[in-house]
Every structure is written in structure tokens, then in C-alpha cells.
Ligand binder design. Sequence first.
Ligand SMILES: NC(=O)c1ccc[n+]([C@@H]2O[C@H](COP(=O)([O-])OP(=O)(O)OC[C@H]3O[C@@H](n4cnc5c(N)ncnc54)[C@H](OP(=O)(O)O)[C@@H]3O)[C@@H](O)[C@H]2O)c1
Length: 327
Amino acid sequence: MKALQIVKYGAIKDSLSINEVKKPAIKPNDILVEVKAASINPIDYKLVEGHLKDMISLKFPSTIGYDVSGVVAEKGTDVINFEIGDEVYSRVPQEQMGTLAEYVAVNYKVVAKKPKNSSFEEAAALPLTGLTAMQALESVGIKENDRILIHAGSGGVGSFAIQYAKAKGAIVYTTTSSKNVDWVKALGADRVIDYKTEDYKEVAKNLDIVFDTLGKDYTFDAFEIIKEGGRVATIVGPPDEETAKQMGMSDYKLPEKLSKLIEKKSATYKLTWMQPNAEQLNTIKTLVENGAIKPVIDFIYSLEDAVDAYEYLATGKAKGKVIISLS
Ligand SMILES: NC(=O)c1ccc[n+]([C@@H]2O[C@H](COP(=O)([O-])OP(=O)(O)OC[C@H]3O[C@@H](n4cnc5c(N)ncnc54)[C@H](OP(=O)(O)O)[C@@H]3O)[C@@H](O)[C@H]2O)c1
């Protein structure tokens, strides 16, 4: 079968190659998914460029990709609740990475049936970004009437997070650049802040929650605009100490600057490192089938053009999700 593989660390175009490889063998708990569509994520090119070497060790060549939708082609002896021919979607676990291929083996415990009203391309857009947004917003207890700022509302994570926060009854502020303002507003955001012409800190103040998808100064500046006792959920900032422990960083100490900001505002600060989760994929399926959440797709590429797809995603300018279709 064909697969897009990371062959070494380095620049995207020098380090990815479409290779002919063996179809994966399944273990008793695995489903073999015939891949119809995959989506790509910033973590993929960060891996290729070697930025995650210390956290995720790769053997070369390694098939790339975490998000998949497709059809159950084979199932292991211990698999329950799935039949051959079922249409499914998943964010595959690290050890099963490799969705940019004709087939991928996935533990059935992180697989769910895909939303009935979604195409394979739409379903592939959802798992990693959807689970990230849900887990991050739930980690700080998002609830009705919370006033939340979601950074980068036009990104893969942000475009899902806006819709999820609205489904929870929150009042949503979000940032993006001028060209994206109209379609991001149409996702349901109450106030879209054009970062090219407005200072978000002047518009969004006294918030219950900031969802930090940008990192660096944005993480620290979140504390300026939350109210006393507010919450900061990050997916790119430094780990909080509890999450660091779960990630195996036993000697980790929160940076002093962050500790002081948390203390000054009596704030909650939480890093989410997304985990595959079939139950939450089932919740996403329901939200999509109810019309509360619509997948947002920017471009659909073929597997042959997947390197171009990664170069586009790495510009940081994608509008929603970039998809690889194998149908
Ligand atoms: N911790 C985890 O488990 C986890 C999970 C998923 C993702 N992540 C990380 O979260 C980040 C976001 O992921 P993603 O998939 O959403 O990325 P993405 O889809 O590539 O984000 C692109 C979007 O970011 C917007 N953007 C860039 N700079 C901005 C700024 N200064 N202000 C507002 N918007 C800005 C761009 O809009 P404009 O073109 O208008 O600038 C573009 O639409 C990545 O760093 C990713 O690695 C972490």
C-alpha cells in the first residue's frame, strides 16, 4: 500500500516521501481501517522538523498522521461493537500513528462511528482538533454564560472551540485576521476581534476563561484579561505541575513568572495534552448530527499532493482544516 512517511528530521519537503509499504497487521484489539480521508495537524510538521524529539521518539521511516475516517476492513478477535463495513473515525494513539496511508490499524477503544451527516473528509477534520478543544474547555469547567476568549478562531482547534463553547451556552470572543472575520462570525462567535486592526486586550476584558492556542506572550497576557478567579486553558503554553507529572516530567516546576500571575489573579491554569477518546468522539458525533457543530474544511488534497498540504498548513494561515482524501 501507499503511505506518506517521515524519512528523517528536517524541512518538510526533504523529509517526507510516499513509499510502498506493507499493509499493517492487526492485534486482537485492533480494527484495520481502509482510509478514506485523513486530516493533518501542526503536531505532524513539528514532528518532521524535529521539535518534539524529546517527547516522541520516532523510528525512520515512520508513516505520518493521527486523524482518520474510513471503513472497517478487518477486525481483531477481541473487537466488540464494530463490524466490517462500518464507517468510523478516530484520533489514533501515538504508537499507531500513520493515517496518511491506504490502511491503518487502530485500537478499537479509540474508534467511534463517524457522524451520519458527515462526508469522510468532514469526519476526518474532527478528531484531533475536536478532542483538543473539548478536553481543554472541559478542563477549566466551561459552562453557560461564561465569557471566553478563544485565540485563533480560524484555526483547526479554534473553529471547533467556538462552536463547542456556543453549544455550552458561553459568550464567545475570538481573534483572527481581517480576511477571516466574516466566516468566523458565522460559526457563532459573539464578537470577532480582527487582530490586524484591534487590540484584543481592549475588547475582551474581565473574562471567565481565555483559551490560549497561540502560546508565548499570549499565555502570560491571558492573565491581564481574566477576572479575579478566572481560568486560563492552554494547549501550547508551559505545563501546569499536575499535567507535567502525568507527562512524566517529575522534577518540573512552573515558571516563576507564571506562578506569580496565577497567584495574583487567584486563577486556574491548565495545559491540555490531548488524549484519544472514543466516548468524546461519540459526543462530537451527536453534536455534529444535531447541527451544533459543523466541520470547517479549508483545502482537500490527494495523498500524492500531501507534502504541498503540509507546506500550506505550516504557513500558519489555514482556515479550518486541511484534508487528505483517499477516496
Ligand atoms: N496540546 C495539544 O494537545 C494540542 C492539540 C492540538 C493543537 N495544538 C497546538 O495548538 C496550536 C493551534 O493548532 P491548530 O490546529 O488550530 O493550528 P492551525 O489550524 O494551523 O492555526 C492556523 C490559524 O491560526 C490563526 N492565527 C495565527 N496567528 C494568529 C494570531 N496572532 N492571532 C489570531 N489568530 C492567529 C491563523 O489565522 P490568520 O491567518 O487570520 O492569522 C490561522 O487561521 C498549534 O500550535 C498546535 O500544535 C496542541
